[in-house]
Every structure is written in structure tokens, then in C-alpha cells.
Design a protein. Structure first.
Length: 476
């Protein structure tokens, strides 16, 4: 039966080429827009999920009371990580690091200003970056060592093996390359090009070792035994500042999941109120609305040509076809159209991805080797086919064969009223999206062209690296 229905569906599509092209085009545009938005949403939701222990890794945050408000940030004292690891049973690992900063790193005549950070050895145990070469067993143990990312290694050493070679930091300190790790994914919150031992930070900056519990200057990562311990550990560490600072420090500590750091990064009075997740919800609703418009367009076109399909329905019912088989036939046709539309949508997405990436300054790609991507795509095709073909299938299969064969005429009943509702809904959705697009475009133009108080023309900015001071005085 499936084979017969497929043959009939293909014959109908080929016979009505104009109708098929319009429907395929509408579904393709809707699916392409929906796929682009879903790709972006997936990219944002994938932040920091590449690490094996991401579900049990947390970022230590400080709540500080000031001006009758509670301010929250991910800055903590340097003394915190060793204290957490030593005295709290539910904590497997704790590591401190600086936030990424730009500094000059050089090899021979090649000098590059890239982002680096100082971190404890346990930093690389919590965040399991992929080691491509060098010491992966005990990294960052040597105080004068450095670990490079693959892209920075290629910039400095081209195709040479960098392990064991000496690079200079800020034209002064020589550091031995002990390992090379794979480039960090674009959707990673902590981004750097090279990483150095925390002990080197203490050596180069003596003030680091003199900071107490009242100085918040580093990032602290904490790994728990399991995620169920979060509430318990938060209750235990809440007053850690008061305990170690003679109760004069009123700051409070809490752990925030690494998996939520990117999307849920806004706090009000010490309580998380969301963040970028709000934008993603809007984008998801937008993707659904665009797909609904495409499906409603398909429904309207299918029911509009119902008179041409009426005799077909009448003849098939007269020779014994059940309503169930007719519904299956029309659903199969709409699913087949959705499948062809998806192929066209793929082409449109591949063409528009470079422009989309350039607009948002990101790097979205279609993960052809990811089974989850194909599962979502198949689900999208089936959902579109069922949704778009549901109303036409039930409407067309409801025709009575005797009346149809005698002469088909539209009833002034529910079918026409439902079509009117669909048309009105389609135009409301489309008008709303157009208005939103115009408003957002105007806002972006306003921000882009807003006067900033000075003329930007004929001005340049030069970043100076190295030691500009000299013990010798110059006279002019």
C-alpha cells in the first residue's frame, strides 16, 4: 500500500508542477529560516558542554552587599581554591586561574600578541582539553613552562615540533613549551591561546601572594563528586569569607553551574534572573512561527485546489478506499513535499551560512557527522509533513462520494471558515515579523550611527608592548 501511495503522490506532484514548486519553495524558505535559527540556538546551548565533567563543574561566585543591593560576580580570592579542595568532602577538585589577558609572546623574530592565562595544574583536570603532543600526565608542574594551542603553535613554529623549545613572554621571561592542546571550540566561555602555571604568576607578581580573603581577583573552578551535592556544598561554603576574615567580611560564596554560566549569567540581589536564555527563547519562538507560516501556506494552497482533488477522492471512495487510507495518502504527499523542501532548504542554508556567521561574528557549521543533528532533522521533516498535511488530509477525505461525483460545490460551513482563520493567522504572523524586523533594523542603525562625542576620522590606536621605561634620562 505504501508503494502505491508513494507512486500516486509522485504522479500528482509531477502532474501539478506549478503547485508543487510553489509549495516546495514556501516550505524550503520556512525550513531554511527555521534551521538557521535552530543551528544558532544549538550553538548557544552547546557552550562549555564539550568537557567531560561539565555537569559537575561549577564557577565560584561572590555576593557582595553595597548600596543596599547584592552584587554577584565570578571574582574570588586566590586563597579560595586550596581551601575548598582541602576542607570540603564533596569537592573533588578546585582550581584558580586568571581571566584571559593579552600579552606578547615571541619565538625568535616572530612576536604575537595573544590571550593567555595563569592557572593551577588541576585546571586541566577539571577542563579536559585535548592534548595533541607533549606532557599530558602532569602539565603545569614546571614553573617556567607554557602550553600552547594548536593555532598559536603554528603561528610561532609553523610545522616544527614546539615541545621543548623556548618562547619569551613580554620579551623577558623564557618559557619552555611542554605541550600543545587542540584549539578551543568557539562556544567556550574561557578562551585563551596559551596557559602558564599559577606559580609563575606568583613569581612575576608578588602582590598575588599577599592578597587575603578580602581581595577578589581570580576565577575559581570547582568540581563536585556529583551534581546532587550542590545545595549541600553551597550551604557549607556560604559564610567562608566571614570564617577567614574575622567576621568583618560580609561577602557570601556560592557555586554556579558551568553549564549555565553563559546563558544564565544575570543576577539581581544575589538571585539568578536569567540572561541570554531570554533571547534564545525569543529565537526559538521565532523559528516556530516561521515554520507555522510555511505550514499554514501549504494548508491554504492545498484546500484552495480541493475542487480538483474532489473527483479523485470520490472515485477512490466509490471503489472501496477508506477514509483512513486517503488520509495516509495526503499525509504522505505533504511529507514528501517537506522532504524535497528540506533538500532545497539545505542548499539555502549552506549558501546563507557565511553571511549569517559574518553578521553575528560566529562560526556555525552543519554537523553532518552528528547523529543528533540527523535525528532533529528527521523529526523536523515529519513534524512539518504531519502539521502541513493534517488539515488538508482530514478536509479532503471528508468529501462524500455521491455528492462529489454528481457535482462538487463548496459548502459555506466550517471548511471555509477554518481557511479564513488560517489566512488571517498567516498574515498576522507575517506582519508581526516584518514590524519586528524593521524595529530591530532601526535600533541597530541608531546604535551604529549614534554620535560618540568625537570625530573618529584620522585617528589610530597603537598598542605598545614591552618595557618603555629606562633608567637613563633623555634631554631634548
Amino acid at each position: 500500500m505504501f508503494r502505491l501511495n508513494l507512486k500516486i503522490a509522485l504522479r500528482n506532484l509531477w502532474r501539478n508542477k506549478g503547485f508543487s514548486l510553489i509549495n516546495i519553495g514556501g516550505l524550503a524558505l520556512g525550513l531554511a529560516s527555521c534551521m538557521l535559527l535552530l543551528l544558532y540556538i544549538s550553538y548557544e546551548f552547546g557552550f562549555d558542554k564539550q568537557f567531560k565533567n561539565y555537569s559537575t563543574t561549577y564557577i565560584a561566585h561572590t555576593n557582595m552587599k553595597a548600596n543596599s543591593k547584592v552584587h554577584s560576580w565570578a571574582w574570588t580570592p586566590g586563597l579560595l581554591a586550596p581551601e575548598l579542595k582541602e576542607k570540603y568532602a564533596g569537592i573533588v577538585n578546585a582550581a584558580r586561574s586568571t581571566y584571559p589577558f593579552e600579552q606578547l609572546i615571541s619565538y625568535k623574530d616572530i612576536k604575537i600578541k595573544n590571550r593567555g592565562l595563569f592557572a593551577d595544574p588541576s585546571f586541566l583536570k577539571i577542563l579536559d582539553y585535548k592534548f595533541l603532543s607533549g606532557n599530558a600526565a602532569s602539565p603545569l608542574k614546571d614553573i617556567n613552562s607554557v602550553i600552547l594551542t594548536q593555532s598559536l603553535s603554528r603561528k610561532l613554529f609553523a610545522n616544527e615540533n614546539p615541545v621543548g623549545k623556548i618562547v619569551k613572554l613580554d620579551n623577558k621571561d623564557g618559557l619552555k613549551v611542554e605541550a600543545v592542546i587542540a584549539d578551543l571550540p568557539a562556544n567556550s566561555s574561557i578562551r585563551f591561546d596559551y596557559i602558564m602555571p599559577w606559580k609563575l604568576n606568583e613569581k612575576l607578581n608578588e602582590w598575588v601572594t599577599k592578597q587575603g580573603w578580602g581581595s577578589n581577583f581570580c576565577l575559581t573552578l570547582v568540581q563536585l563528586q556529583n551534581s546532587h551535592l550542590l545545595d549541600k556544598v553551597n550551604a557549607e561554603v556560604k559564610n567562608i569569607y566571614k570564617t577567614h576574615d574575622n567576621k568583618s567580611n560580609t561577602n557570601e560564596l556560592f557555586l554556579h553551574p558551568l553549564s549555565k554560566w553563559h546563558l544564565y549569567d544575570e543576577f539581581e540581589n544575589g538571585v539568578n534572573v536569567g540572561g541570554k536564555i531570554g533571547q534564545l527563547k525569543i529565537f526559538f519562538m521565532l523559528a516556530i512561527c516561521i515554520l507555522l507560516i510555511a505550514c499554514v501556506n501549504f494548508m491554504n494552497l492545498s484546500t484552495a485546489r480541493s475542487e480538483k482533488r474532489a473527483k479523485e477522492v470520490g472515485v477512490r471512495k466509490a471503489i472501496g478506499s477508506s477514509r483512513k487510507s486517503l488520509i495516509a495518502q495526503f499525509i504522505l504527499e505533504s511529507t514528501l513535499l517537506a522532504l524535497i523542501g528540506t533538500v532545497v532548504a539545505f542548499t539555502l542554508v549552506e549558501i546563507s551560512l557565511p553571511y549569517f556567521n559574518n553578521l553575528l561574528n560566529i562560526n556555525l557549521i552543519i554537523q553532518y557527522n552528528d547523529w543528533r543533528y540527523w535525528a532533529v532533522l528527521i523529526g523536523l521533516i515529519l513534524f512539518t509533513g504531519l502539521l502541513a498535511g493534517s488539515y488538508p488530509a482530514f478536509y479532503l477525505s471528508s468529501f462524500e462520494p455521491v455528492k462529489v461525483l454528481k457535482g462538487f460545490s463548496f459548502r459555506a460551513g466550517s471548511a471555509i471558515s477554518i481557511r479564513k482563520v488560517l489566512v488571517v493567522s498567516q498574515f498576522v504572523f507575517a506582519a508581526s515579523l516584518i514590524v519586528c524586523t524593521v524595529v530591530i533594523y532601526q535600533q541597530l542603525n541608531y546604535i551604529k550611527n549614534k554620535p560618540i562625542g568625537y570625530n573618529q576620522g584620522n585617528l589610530i590606536q597603537m598598542a605598545a608592548m614591552g618595557n618603555l621605561t629606562s633608567s637613563k634620562k633623555s634631554t631634548y
